[in-house]
Design a protein around this ligand. Structure first.
Ligand code: AMP
Length: 185
């Protein structure tokens, strides 16, 4: 059966951020009619409009690549359900977020509905999305902008700052090798 390639962005900026990201990816890996085929490394990003110190307030971000036959609408409600189950405050959606999940791409589909816009309308302006996305699939083409994720990354501004989390944690969804230390350190 043909499955669509979907990219889901995740982010957390409160509490045990690594654990929230890990649990979100674990829950995504349990979705029926779906298979997680890629999980990016974790990136740490400065919150927009905020000059908080690294640590609290900074986001951990990453991207999951899924092959799925779950429809976009069902996937959106599943993501909302995962956010709820990980304790996201529905009353204050713009406040600190235990976990935020966004559908970045649903194959080459273009969706413009009141509650669902795909490709995600701000993803191409967000370095913290484009870095993990380019890591997973640098040649994936944005169906509206007709640019690959690596082209979009090359064009996006350098601020706010985004850096690879070091060391990378070993998580349930894959014991990633810790990155080698930067040369000269
Ligand atoms: P946020 O508070 O940034 O997580 O925004 C969540 C709201 O954005 C949800 O109520 C969704 O209905 C809506 N939304 C629109 N497009 C998307 C998308 N591509 N992925 C996730 N949420 C979306």
């Amino acid at each position: 059966m043909h499955r669509e390639t979907v990219f889901i962005g995740f982010g957390s900026n409160v509490g045990d951020r690594i654990d929230f990201c890990d649990r979100a990816v674990t829950l995504l890996s349990l979705l029926p009619h779906s298979q997680v085929v890629g999980v990016s490394l974790l990136y740490e990003s400065e919150p927009v409009n905020d000059h908080a110190q690294p640590g609290d307030g900074w986001f951990l971000n990453g991207v999951v690549q899924l092959e799925t036959d779950v429809t976009p609408k069902s996937l959106l409600s599943i993501l909302r359900e995962i956010e709820r189950s990980l304790g996201r405050d529905e009353e204050d959606r713009s406040g600190p977020r235990t976990i935020d999940l966004d559908i970045l791409f649903y194959d080459q589909l273009i969706i413009n509905e009141p509650d669902l816009v795909v490709p995600h309308p701000r993803m191409h302006q967000r370095r913290f999305v484009l870095m993990p996305l380019s890591e997973l699939d640098p040649l994936f083409v944005h169906p509206i902008l007709h640019r690959t994720s690596s082209q979009l990354l090359a064009e996006v501004g350098k601020q706010p700052e985004v850096r690879l989390l070091f060391p990378q944690p070993s998580t349930r969804y894959g014991s990633r090798q810790a990155c080698s230390p930067p040369p000269g350190s």
